[in-house]
Ligand binder design. Structure first.
Ligand code: PEP
Ligand code: MG
Length: 546
């Protein structure tokens, strides 16, 4: 038996045969061409074919894995239309008098190298995408069919890392687990595995190679260990774990419709985090009591230009109507840092996480901010809306936001447009500054929501994008817990509610602590709603009061 260690990104177990993903890299040879114009025309035609393939992939992904995951194909289309990319292909055809396939392949190499050398993890990851789109164009130039998965049986898919289009073309019913050599917790493979509820191990390293193709393996997504040719004892241990996970899943289904109440009667709301209207179904299916975080920046990330008031209004209205009177907390856009958008024209920064992001952009680009606030307020009549502001560090920011919101309300009123007077206004506690002055901020707002992902990064000085720092990132660090406890105390002292919408909200090792602190709401990814409910229902606070 061979043991390979990586990082588990979704806790589940799978046992089965390995299929090493055979990348269909397009074959390219350099050929001289006497007629560059003909090659340019071939490239244009292939590009059009690639765009129509991307449209179909988008539709398929939308049906299978939701809008947020499908949006990558819209990004691919944008990359194909990129001026620099096209110019480079045309220049190579013209100057070297070569075939279009070769020009596209060289351009892909150059752009991928440029992306890989960037410091920003998000931009680094675009190297895979530029190769992916170029391969697609080259396959179109070669007249190759689009890949379809015709294999029989179910497999553990192993690969270096999967591109978004590779993950979408895989037949999901046949995938038992994903194991990749590289990748980070936020890679497409990891996101997809979580959406599909199957085990995934990333960063398995060089030991994961093609020689493993066809071997039997057991993947433990809880520990991140992959056992190749597992012995009887290991198989027994993992089969039991698998059985336990299955029992747990069944049990969780039986919790639908039940209260989030402890044995001694303490209650907590469990809401869902969503990235767009495409995730509403998952929130409802998993019986979320509301939406605790709608990351509205995805509306901006999915657009080629600033989404206008009407587009935003429609999205917010849809969420509010679908949740039928349940609370919906919409966070104003959190752009910047790891969420860069070309049309915002943001400067390159040495430390983007400490830079121009979120509320800082909103307060200096009030035209963009006001458009979002107008859309939100107009949608407020369709349900129970709460608006939340990210990356707050000071009282002045909160006061300024409130005065801008008042201006927006005045404008709407003068235009005869309706809005609700019952919209709650809250802030995210995701900087140590906000937590430390939470007693001063609480009187100004209706609620707090703790963004533990950023609160951890800023408190422990650990870049959340850097996979090398995982061992230094103690998510249960006393400093983080004390800040949250203090924010909860401040909120309650002023009669306000407090929720947690970062990943720590779903960490069931901490559920009891949150209850003891008096946290009122936990907002988690939809698949974790029932798991957290289950944990809440087995806690007895009378047994464990501090
Ligand atoms: C957080 O920081 O915990 C949070 C919920 O916001 P995001 O992960 O979108 O930065
Ligand atoms: Mg955050």
């Amino acid at each position: 038996m061979k043991v390979i260690r990586g990082k588990g990104v979704f806790g589940a177990v799978a046992i089965g045969k390995i299929a090493f993903y055979k990348r269909r890299d397009a074959k390219v040879t350099r050929e001289k061409s006497e007629n560059p114009d003909k090659e340019k025309l071939r490239f244009e035609k292939a590009k059009q074919a690639a765009v129509s393939q991307l449209d179909s992939l988008y539709e398929k992904a939308l049906r299978e894995v939701g809008e947020a995951n499908a949006s990558i194909f819209e990004i691919h289309k944008m990359m194909l239309e990129d001026e620099d990319y096209n110019e480079s292909v045309m220049n190579i055809i013209e100057s070297q008098q070569v075939n279009a396939e070769y020009a596209a392949a060289v351009t892909a190499d150059n752009f991928a190298e440029m992306f890989s050398s960037m410091d920003d993890e998000y931009m680094k990851a675009r190297a895979v995408d530029v190769r992916d789109i170029s391969n697609r164009v080259i396959r179109c130039l070669n007249g190759d069919e689009e890949f379809s998965d015709n294999s029989n049986g179910e497999f553990i898919i192993c690969s270096d890392d999967l591109t978004p289009s590779e993950t979408v073309t895989l037949d999901k019913d046949k995938v038992l687990a994903f194991v990749t050599k590289y990748g980070s917790s936020s890679s497409h493979t990891a996101i997809l595995a979580r959406t599909m509820n199957i085990p995934a191990v990333i960063g398995a390293g060089e030991e994961l190679d093609e020689s493993l193709d066809g071997k039997i393996a057991a993947v433990d997504g809880f520990t991140g260990i992959v056992y190749i040719d597992p012995d009887a004892e290991t198989l027994h241990m993992l089969t039991e774990k698998q059985e336990e996970a299955r029992r747990k899943k069944e049990l969780l289904q039986s919790l639908k419709g039940k209260d989030n109440v402890t044995l001694d009667g303490a209650r907590i709301d469990i809401f869902a985090n969503i990235s767009g209207t495409g995730d509403i179904g998952a929130a409802l299916v998993n019986d979320a009591g509301g939406i605790g975080l709608f990351r509205s920046e995805f509306l901006y990330l999915e657009s080629e230009d600033y989404p206008d008031e009407q587009v935003q209004f429609s999205a917010y209205k849809k969420v509010l109507e679908s949740m039928a009177g349940k609370k919906v907390v919409i966070r104003t856009m959190d752009i910047g840092a790891d969420k860069q958008i070309g049309y915002f024209g943001l400067d390159k920064e040495d430390n983007p996480a400490l830079g121009y992001r979120a509320i800082r952009i909103c307060l200096t680009r009030q035209d963009v901010f006001k458009t979002q606030l107008r859309a939100l307020m107009r949608a407020s009549v369709y349900g129970r809306l709460a608006i939340m502001f990210p990356m707050i560090t000071s009282l002045d920011e909160v006061k300024e936001i409130k005065s801008i919101l008042e201006e927006v309300k005045k404008e709407l009123k003068s235009e005869g447009l309706e809005y609700s007077d019952n919209v709650e206004i809250g802030i995210m506690i995701e900087t140590p500054a906000a937590a430390v002055i939470s007693d001063i901020l609480a009187p100004e707002v209706d609620f707090f929501s703790v963004g533990t992902n950023d609160l951890i990064q800023y408190t422990l000085a650990v870049d959340r994008q850097n996979p090398k720092l995982e061992r230094f990132c103690n998510t249960h660090h006393e400093a983080v817990l004390r800040l949250i406890k203090y924010a909860a105390k401040s909120a309650h002292k002023h009669g306000k509610w407090i929720g947690i919408c970062g990943e720590l909200g779903a960490d069931t090792e901490l559920t009891e602590q949150w209850l003891k602190m008096g946290v009122d709401e936990l907002s988690v990814s939809p698949p974790f709603v029932l798991e957290v409910r289950s944990r809440v229902r087995e806690i007895d606070l009378t047994q464990s009061r501090e």
